[in-house]
Design a protein. Structure first.
Length: 80
């Protein structure tokens, strides 16, 4: 998990530094982050044995909503 987040942060900075970033690359990166967030939340839910409960739905919904709002803010303010 630590390696994933470290490398995920590094590739965006490197792309911006070298001028090779693109909207498609950002869409791919954020889409993959969203899928990984779902995976990590599912793993956490299974460790806590709350899968299939209202707490699990609340956990998933709050994580996905906060991820969506961060992307929405970036889209409108152009600041990450």
């Amino acid at each position: 998990t630590i390696a994933y987040y470290t490398l995920d942060c590094m590739d965006g900075k490197q792309a911006r530094r070298t001028g090779s970033s693109s909207p498609l690359g950002q869409l791919f990166d954020h889409g993959f982050d969203c899928i990984c967030c779902l995976f990590f939340m599912a793993t956490t839910g299974s460790y806590l044995m709350i899968g299939g409960t209202y707490w699990y739905v609340l956990l998933q919904t709050s994580a996905q909503f906060s991820f969506f709002m961060a992307q929405w803010e970036e889209y409108h303010t152009h600041v990450l």
